[in-house]
Design a binder for this molecule. Structure first.
Ligand code: ZN
Ligand code: ZN
Length: 570
């Protein structure tokens, strides 16, 4: 068990779900005390969690369907939509533009001190319209979700301020990207993972400031390189060997025959090369006392992943500009003192046990789908409200008297201090991000009290479905007709289609047609990243103890930060 550096263990607990041991430290107690809400001058303490950090995160992520899209109708206008809610889901779904026009949280309940508070919230949820997708301000982007301010994108998820991006995830200010996960300020990349400020790169992972290159991993500031790992500011390198410009061009033009099998072979060689080249223990820049992967410009944060500008945070993922918060996944943008939240952001102070909350928000607990609310408890679909409980309006005085009584009631039901129970999620576990990071069988899912979805949408009519193995290896041999066919994924056997914009991209860059379903390609890229888990391991250079996402028995060479900097940057 890892103890956060500089903290002392106050209690070791056993997770109520998986029985794993986890620790509560002095710093954790300070945090739980700090965020415990105060009503009429009396603090209502948050208990320490009953679940381990992983089980807590899994429970939150089961409320987020990012990429399973369905055809269904808007329950207000009858218009056909592409939505994250399947046609017969037991929720009311409105087209996002309609949903944004006004507040729809019409149903109110009186608080009766009988039974579960989560059950009461579920009753309001069932009657409160939800937006069909989370998509602010896009143009020509019908098949996207959790993406905004973007144009001409297709199956682009969590992709903001971007254009002409297909099959992407986690992009910010990018253009002309196909099959890329996690990228910032980049253009024209294909099959890449974690790239920053890159142009015209293909099959590259964990790179920054690179251009016109192929098959790179952990390279920075490189251009005109092919098959390289761990290089900085290199040019004309070929499988990590320095060549002259002429020799490089000669070898590359002899090698670049972009057939499917050629690409698979090169990926294998690159993988072997990156085993022998030192890897950094953690990815991230300009941090002060942080443990976690892909964290930058952050201070005193522990076990957080894919975050920027965190301060005093723990167990956070995919956040920007957040301080003093624990257990929060997605969004951020000026957030403070939040705990157990999902998909909330944009100026939030003190939100706890909440999902999908935006705007100027202060002091809210157990709320879902609210905007610009303050002092609300167990509300769904409210906007510009204060002092509401179960969507019912109270005076400030009434609110401050009633909420502590509800909290007392929730202590008895075992709900106070815990996130919503999994059954409140409008999605099947297998439709959500939880399945990507914590894959489970249907049996396990149901046993743990999550929902499961058996619904498979009908596949659109196509002229024929061809097995991936029958596809020509070279893009030059692919006829236009492919747009009327479907390809059977070589891994999952699920059929998928090629769209015109995509075919043009492959032809322009002489790339073969993919043989795997977009969902499988997404999972393949996810698998290239280390799991979001931290281990103690010895640096392969100086042998000092370090914290890393590389499990001790993994074959890669892994260096501590100092050794890595010295080796790579000299
Ligand atoms: Zn657990
Ligand atoms: Zn070292």
């Amino acid at each position: 068990m890892l103890i956060p550096p500089g903290e002392s263990v106050v209690e070791t607990k056993s997770c109520k779900v998986c029985s794993a041991n986890f620790v509560i430290t002095d710093k954790d107690l300070e945090f739980y005390d700090k965020v415990s809400p105060v009503f009429n001058g009396k603090k209502e303490s948050i208990p320490t969690p009953m679940l381990c950090p992983d089980c807590r995160q899994r429970r939150r992520l089961a409320f987020r369907n990012e990429r399973k899209l369905y055809r269904r109708k808007c329950d207000l206008t009858g218009k056909e939509l592409i939505s994250i809610y399947k046609p017969h889901a037991s929720v009311v779904v409105y087209e996002a533009s309609e949903w944004r026009r006004q507040a729809w949280g019409g149903m109110e309940l009186d608080f009766d001190f009988l039974g579960s508070v989560f059950w009461k919230i579920a009753q309001i949820q069932k009657n409160t319209p939800r937006p069909h997708l989370h998509v602010p301000e896009n143009e020509n982007c019908e098949y996207v979700n959790q993406s905004g301010y973007s144009k001409n994108c297709y199956l682009a998820f969590v992709t903001d301020y971007s254009q002409d991006c297909l099959y992407t995830h986690g992009l910010f200010r990018c253009e002309d990207m196909v099959d890329v996960s996690v990228a910032t300020d980049s253009q024209c990349c294909y099959e890449c993972n974690n790239v920053e400020r890159c142009q015209n790169i293909y099959f590259c992972d964990f790179c920054s400031d690179c251009h016109d290159s192929w098959f790179l991993s952990n390279c920075h500031g490189c251009s005109f390189c092919f098959g390289c790992s761990g290089l900085v500011r290199a040019q004309y390198c070929y499988w990590n060997e320095q060549l002259s410009k002429e020799e490089y061009e000669r070898r590359v033009s002899a090698t670049i025959k972009n057939t499917t099998s050629g690409i698979t072979d090169r990926k294998g060689v690159l993988q072997n090369l990156s085993y022998s080249i030192p890897n950094p223990s953690l990815h991230g820049t300009s941090n002060e006392s942080c443990t976690g992967d892909f964290v930058s410009e952050s201070k005193h944060s522990y076990q957080s992943f894919f975050c920027e500008r965190l301060e005093d945070c723990k167990y956070c993922t995919n956040l920007r500009d957040v301080r003093d918060s624990y257990d929060w996944d997605y969004v951020g943008y000026q957030g403070e003192q939040c705990y157990e939240c999902l998909g909330t952001g944009d100026g939030i102070f003190h939100a706890m046990f909440c999902t999908h909350i935006w705007g100027n928000v202060r002091n809210i607990y157990y709320c879902d789908l609210c905007m610009d609310v303050e002092h609300c408890f167990a509300c769904v679909g409210l906007r510009n409200k204060q002092y509401c409980i179960l969507n019912k309006q109270y005076t400030e005085e009434e609110y401050n008297i009633l909420v502590p009584k509800i909290i007392e009631h929730m202590r008895k039901t075992g709900e106070w201090g815990e996130f919503f129970s999994p059954s409140l999620s409008p999605f099947g576990y297998n439709e959500t991000v939880a399945m990507e990071y914590f894959p489970l069988s249907k049996e396990e899912v149901l046993k743990l009290g999550f929902n499961w979805s058996d619904y498979e949408p009908p596949f659109p009519k196509v002229e024929k479905i061809i097995p991936a193995s029958k596809l020509p290896e070279n893009i030059a041999d692919i006829p236009d007709d492919i747009l009327n066919w479907a390809i059977e994924c070589e891994v999952t056997k699920k059929p998928f289609r090629i769209i015109k914009q995509e075919l043009e991209f492959y032809r322009k860059h002489s790339l073969p047609i993919p043989r795997r379903h977009p969902d499988q390609r997404h999972l393949d890229r996810l698998a290239l990243r280390n799991p979001r888990k931290l281990y103690e391991r010895k640096c392969d250079q100086c042998h000092k103890d370090m914290i890393t996402t590389y499990a001790p028995d993994r074959p890669e060479t892994v260096y501590c930060e100092e050794c890595y900097q010295r080796e790579v940057y000299g």
